[in-house]
Design a protein around this ligand. Structure first.
Ligand code: ATP
Ligand code: MG
Length: 413
């Protein structure tokens, strides 16, 4: 009897154990299936985002096809298309029409930039530069003399930087860059490449500031694809987090987190001094004034020696070109008169046209955008100075504190 009871209890235990085992099995099977499903979905999304954003092959094949047909030429063409000594490395693009890749070219660590788009006209509020794929290399036409090409370049630059005494030296500078094989002669394919590059704000700026230190050097080009020096630390600061996390993190905490991996204060001050020097270089510089219309941290980077570099010059526009484009812009209120991220003018509501003059100069916008970055971790002996009352006049060309008109950055020791 006792034996019967024992075996029944044992049987029911075994049954329960087996039922539990199969329940656990089903649970784990389900969880494994869920994990596989979610990870393949994530992989698929990553892959499709990658293929949409990273179109380096397309860039290369368009450029190399034009090169092989003799339409374009440039210092990077044979390395890219024949010798394969210029490689597309890691994809850094964040927009499908603006291809950015790390590139290795001999001893140089570069960044390859190439535009893929079919916007065929100037569009304010988007870019002050035309981007074309098909008709891009249609100028200058066959039979254009070097003199005529010089005139084309001169009048294009005059429209961009305005009438000025140094225009002819700027034209010579552009022509010397255009002569990519340095044979003292500009061929039609070289002229076509130079003309296409001249439409790009970033390239114009790199040429204008080629002997200054705050823009990455232009290493070479082929058509409108160009290679610039790679800046080791970008962006200036800030963490990039997956978007679901971004949604849950409160603003204050996010601002704190952005400063987690920033350099020590004296180094930040050195970087900021670099920014002030850059602003000085482009404000009433040798070849006219430029406006920096994107003061976000992603626009800047710095070297291992903490020297500031402008990594994205696409929204640095010649002031003259900015004014001309602004007065053509239709508006209902001031919000319609913005170029890039932060170049604002006001709206003439009677005429429904934007005013020409930018509301805040480069320096005031730079100080406003980067003051949190700079003031975090300021040493005690300096914090006695009234940093908290730091204010920026909307029209001033200087960053001042309220107490005195002492320049904001103290001398570097
Ligand atoms: N010379 C460079 N050296 C190192 N990184 C660079 C250089 N130029 C661009 N980058 C990096 O390439 C990436 C893409 O730059 P890009 O300007 O196209 O995108 P973005 O700044 O994220 O977006 P936006 O279109 O709003 O400017 C950025 O992470 C930028 O830091
Ligand atoms: Mg950018």
């Amino acid at each position: 009897m006792a034996r019967g009871l024992f075996s029944r209890a044992w049987l029911s235990k075994t049954y329960h154990f087996q039922a539990r085992l199969s329940y656990i099995r089903v649970k784990y099977l389900f969880l494994t299936w869920l994990a596989v499903f979610v990870s393949s979905w994530v992989l698929y999304v990553q892959y499709s985002t990658y293929t949409e954003l990273c179109r380096g092959r397309e860039c290369k094949s368009i450029i190399c096809e034009k090169y092989s047909k003799g339409v374009i030429d440039g210092s990077a063409c044979s390395s890219l298309c024949e010798e394969s000594s210029l490689y597309f490395g890691r994809c850094l693009s964040t927009k499908p029409n603006n291809q950015v890749y790390t590139g290795s070219w001999g001893d140089h660590d570069g960044v390859i930039k190439c535009h893929l788009s079919d916007i065929l006209h100037y569009e304010l509020g988007d870019e002050l530069e035309p981007k074309k794929e098909v008709a891009l290399f249609d100028k200058p036409t066959r039979g254009t003399s070097v003199e005529k090409f010089k005139e084309m370049v001169a009048s294009h630059l005059k429209a961009k930087v305005g009438e000025q005494a140094n225009l002819s030296s700027l034209v010579s500078l552009i022509l010397s860059v255009a002569d990519s094989n340095k044979d003292g002669h500009i061929s039609l394919p070289e002229a076509k490449s130079a003309w296409a590059l001249l439409q790009l704000n970033e390239v114009l700026l790199a040429v204008v500031l080629q002997d200054r230190e705050h823009t990455p050097r232009l290493l070479g080009f082929c058509g409108d694809l160009y290679v610039v020096e790679r800046v080791p630390h970008t962006p200036l600061y800030g963490l990039s987090l997956p978007w679901p996390m971004e949604l849950w993190i409160p603003m204050g905490m996010r601002q704190n987190m952005d400063q987690w991996f920033t350099p020590s204060w004296p180094r930040k001050a050195k970087i900021f001094i670099g920014l002030l020097e850059l602003i000085e270089d482009i404000f009433h510089g040798t070849f006219g004034s430029f406006l920096m219309c994107d003061m976000r941290a992603s626009t800047f980077g710095y070297t291992d020696r903490h020297d500031l570099r402008l990594v994205d010059g696409r929204r640095v526009v010649a002031e003259e070109a900015f004014k001309q484009a602004m007065i053509l812009q239709h508006c209902e209120d001031d919000a319609d008169c913005v170029y890039g991220v932060d170049c604002r003018t006001s709206c003439d509501r009677a005429e429904h046209r934007c005013m020409a003059d930018v509301a805040q100069p480069n320096l005031a916008r730079a100080c406003g955008a980067l003051k949190d970055y700079l003031l975090r971790g300021v040493p005690v002996q300096l914090s006695r100075w009234k940093w908290s009352t730091l204010s920026f006049s909307t029209t001033s060309r200087h960053c001042y504190g309220n107490r005195s008109h002492t320049p904001m950055i103290p001398e570097e020791k």
